[in-house]
Design a protein around this ligand. Structure first.
Ligand code: UGA
Length: 432
């Protein structure tokens, strides 16, 4: 089939390559011409394991191409995926839908009658119904098909998703989607066909649940700190109950990134508009617990520096919002690093992949090209993103370069006994 993908960020670039991998002919579009040139040359403008290989393979096979021209995509295909971003609106909790509406407005004049427009962007409930009217007036049909991929696992999550959700009003459009996803569905992937509002809500409900799980264990970490208990052992014990499970129960510095924080805030904003704000009032607490972990991290660093960070040297390990990603959107690591610098500390940051993005967004921070360099003469080391490079690093790599052997493990991912046996003062969130 001939498909187009509008927007080539983390979602769109992955979706385009994955659809080509399924055997479709795919044309991706983005307004950023330098990005389009890089994608056509087989470069992926962000770090995503496996995606460069997938893109190159499909570019070479002639199934994948990128353009900046809407005229071209209208003529090219009959199924158009909307994969543009919906960031948090400035000065508000609500989602900024300008890219979604902008892409639909640009697509409508070139849409061929009988085409199917597929929304994948995360949007507040009620958005799809409005877009459906526009698409129908142009002779097409809309499907809302939320995306659940995780950065770092984007290729596998797209090619072998846990489920496919299709919100639609037209049987013809559902049939087309069966053809698009034939290979995925034939392998037994659960399919949920529903209305627009439910499809939109599945996505925000899923991210809200995940955020709630993380904040739940981080709330327990606060209690553990007050009682002398150990949140990592608590989580392990809880995880053996299959009803609870162990995933997303990892206590630490909490969630960040371009999805969970802004999605729960947009959900709160939409619920207020709908008059059901009480139903998601708890999400405000989920957000607050999450942000408190960042403050606690700074407290622990301050404690290890005898009560003040002013004039101290701080080595920061990690800048990305999570490992295996170079995404620094709402990164807890960089938020903490910047706050510590504001308290008068000299902060040096090292991350295996996110340095270029961090430098652009946080130009006032200092950066190093290795963990040892970032921690040179440090009074305290902060472990803020659990890259395997840090998890497997022997303390001796840093022992002789730091001024004081102080470390705060913001991700509960280092071997506490090993670090202590090497003479380090080891502190962590939620345990002694
Ligand atoms: C999240 C969801 O997991 C995806 O299903 C969804 O498709 C995506 O948002 C999206 O809306 O596009 P992602 O933002 O890539 O994916 O990252 P996650 O793996 O969910 O991690 C989010 C944050 O939670 C990270 O900062 C991570 O460090 C933190 N986290 C995760 C914890 O603090 N503890 C955990 O146990 C798990």
């Amino acid at each position: 089939m001939k498909l187009t993908v509008i927007g080539t960020g983390y979602l769109g670039a992955t979706h385009a390559a994955a659809m080509a991998e399924l055997g479709h002919e795919v044309l991706g579009i983005d307004t950023d011409s330098s990005k389009v040139a890089r994608l056509n040359a087989g470069e992926v403008p962000f770090f995503e394991p496996g995606l460069p290989e997938l893109s190159q393979r499909n570019l070479q096979a002639g199934r994948l191409r990128f353009t900046t021209s809407y005229d071209e995509i209208g003529a090219f295909g009959e199924v158009h995926f909307i994969c543009v971003g919906t960031p948090q609106r400035k000065g508000s909790n609500a989602a900024d839908l300008s890219y979604v509406h902008g892409s639909v407005d640009a697509l409508i004049p070139v849409l061929q009658a009988g085409s199917v427009v597929v929304g994948k962007s995360t949007v507040p409930a009620g958005t799809a119904a409005g877009i459906a009217q526009q698409v129908q007036a142009a002779g097409g049909d809309l499907v809302w098909n939320p995306e659940f991929l995780r950065e770092g696992f984007a290729v596998a999550d797209t090619l072998t998703p846990d489920r496919v959700v299709l919100g639609a009003e037209s049987d013809r459009a559902i049939k087309v989607m069966h053809d698009v996803y034939a290979r995925i569905l034939e392998s037994g992937t659960p399919l949920i066909v529903t209305d627009f509002a439910t499809a939109e809500l599945v996505k925000v409900a899923a991210n809200s649940f995940l955020a709630t799980k993380i904040s739940f264990i981080n709330a327990m970490a606060e209690v553990c700190e007050a009682t002398g208990a150990d949140v990592t052992q608590l989580a392990t014990a809880l995880s053996h109950d299959e009803r609870i499970g162990g995933k997303f129960l990892h206590a630490g510095l909490g969630f960040g990134g371009g999805c969970l924080p802004k999605d729960i805030r947009a959900f709160i904003a939409r619920a207020e508009e709908l008059g059901v704000d009480q139903a998601v009032e708890f999400l405000k607490e989920i957000d607050a617990i999450n942000l408190r972990r960042r403050a606690r991290m700074i407290d622990l660093a301050r404690q290890l520096c005898s009560g003040t960070l002013a004039g101290m040297r701080v080595g920061v390990l990690g800048a990305a919002f999570k490992p295996n990603s170079d995404d620094i959107r709402d990164s807890p690591a960089l938020d903490v690093a910047a706050a510590i610098q504001r308290e008068g500390a000299a902060v040096r940051v090292y991350d295996p992949e996110a340095m270029a993005n961090a430098r652009i967004s946080f130009p006032a921070l200092a950066y190093s090209s290795s963990a040892a360099e970032a921690c040179a003469d440090a009074d305290v080391v902060l472990h803020l993103t659990e890259w395997s490079e840090f998890r497997t690093m022997h303390p001796s790599v840093l022992s002789d370069v730091v001024r004081q052997r102080n470390i705060v493990d913001g991700r509960n991912a280092l071997d506490r006994d090993l670090w202590r046996s090497e003479g380090w003062v080891y502190r962590a969130l939620g345990r002694q």
